[in-house]
Design a protein. Structure first.
Length: 396
């Protein structure tokens, strides 16, 4: 409806121009042929690339299964405070978007034991219907088994002696979900293993997966990735890269990747299988003027340049948050204190030493993107290749 309205306004504008700048005799000819012009106008608009639209997500036919484990029965495992948890905010926005209350199950902390998570997941999946969409979310710890040549990954439940493997999650979906599409989102270390494995599935389920890190990498303890999902659900215009008023799965993955690379020095994993549509429309953006809010750039302070993100703009000044610094340091800067973020790149095959768990290993640079390096460890499989900041690499 938004695009049709825009086209009609364009046509009315053309009509007004004709009345203002065309002699009356020619105007008469124009308006006699008006019905034919209207028909041709809308026919050509329908054929234009801008009119092409992918399938649209239907919240009313969606089932959201979410697990957020911030503390565990093992006190030695890293924990996070419940206060300010963004996963709870995300669930609330799913409700606001129209997902029915009885289609949402959110298990947290001590409620998220292995037995309950797996039992409730199967029961939840079986309630779905033909054509429905599943949204899966997990936040907590992820572990990778380096003694296993397959580098298997499991997510940690509240009872830490148990394991919830990525394989078992996908198996449960394929066996018990009656719908068509499954959108999987995970915020933890090594979460990309779920994306890699889903990409190999060729069953009746269409999988679309976006995770906070790749299978070989750890993930930040911050809520950055989950906040990206909230930004999607709230239809933030920064996700609409082609400015067509719609936010697709592909644009969401791109936004998450840019945010995680810039803010957390890590890359997301994004995979699809089974014909999951990359152009699935997940949100529609309200009309609004272009703004620098949300822009990733650099700001100058005492002669040095630091990564920042613009939070607000007013009277030619910009409020920025300084990446890696406390929120209390957020401040206003002038336009001439900002510049584009242009990180240096490294040549492929550069011999380097790579820091991993306090030790240095020989390797090489595979490629350089977004200010990060994809590195290969000499003598180790390609599945251990990892994106990392320059601070973990030194020239050999």
């Amino acid at each position: 409806m938004q695009k049709a309205a825009l086209r009609w306004r364009d046509f009315r504008f053309l009509q007004k121009l004709v009345s203002m700048h065309t002699p009356p005799s020619h105007q008469r000819l124009f308006f006699v042929r008006l019905p034919l012009i209207v028909a041709v106008f809308f026919f050509l608009a329908a054929l234009s690339p801008a009119s092409a639209r992918g399938p649209v997500w239907n919240p009313a036919r969606t089932w959201v299964f979410a697990v957020g484990v911030l503390n565990f029965d093992d006190p030695s495992l890293a924990t996070w405070p419940d206060e300010g948890r963004v996963d709870a905010r995300m669930i609330e926005v799913y409700r606001q978007r129209g997902v029915p209350e009885d289609h949402i199950l959110f298990l947290k902390n001590e409620d998220a034991t292995k037995a309950r998570v797996t039992t409730e997941f199967v029961r939840f999946l079986r309630r779905s219907g033909e054509g429905d969409t599943l949204v899966f979310y997990y936040a907590g710890h992820g572990g990778r088994d380096y003694t296993d040549s397959a580098r298997s990954v499991s997510f940690v439940t509240y009872d830490t002696r148990s394991t919830w493997s990525t394989t078992s999650i996908l198996d449960a979906i394929e066996r018990h979900f009656h719908g068509t599409k499954a959108l999987l989102t995970v915020d933890c270390c090594h979460s990309g293993a779920l994306a890699d494995e889903a990409a190999q599935r060729n069953g009746h389920i269409q999988f679309g997966v976006i995770t906070s890190s790749q299978a070989s990498a750890k993930s930040t303890g911050n809520w950055t990735f989950t906040q990206c999902l909230v930004d999607l659900l709230r239809a933030k215009p920064q996700l609409d890269f082609d400015h067509d008023g719609e936010i697709t799965f592909h644009e969401t993955a791109r936004y998450c990747d840019l945010e995680m690379a810039f803010t957390e020095n890590q890359r997301v994993a994004q995979k699809t299988s089974g014909g999951f549509p990359d152009d699935l429309v997940l949100a529609e953006v309200a009309d609004g003027a272009a703004s620098r809010v949300g822009e990733r750039c650099e700001a100058e302070y005492e002669g040095k340049w630091y990564k920042v993100k613009i939070l607000a703009a007013k009277d030619g000044q910009f409020k920025v948050t300084w990446i890696g610094w406390p929120k209390e340091q957020d401040s206003w800067v002038d336009a001439d204190q900002l510049r584009r973020y242009s990180p240096k790149s490294w040549a492929a095959d550069t011999a380097v030493e790579i820091e991993w768990r306090g030790n240095w290993y020989p390797g090489r640079v595979v490629r350089s993107e977004l200010g990060l390096l994809l590195v290969h460890y000499e003598g180790y499989p390609d599945t251990d290749d990892e994106w990392m900041p320059v601070s973990r690499v030194r020239r050999h």
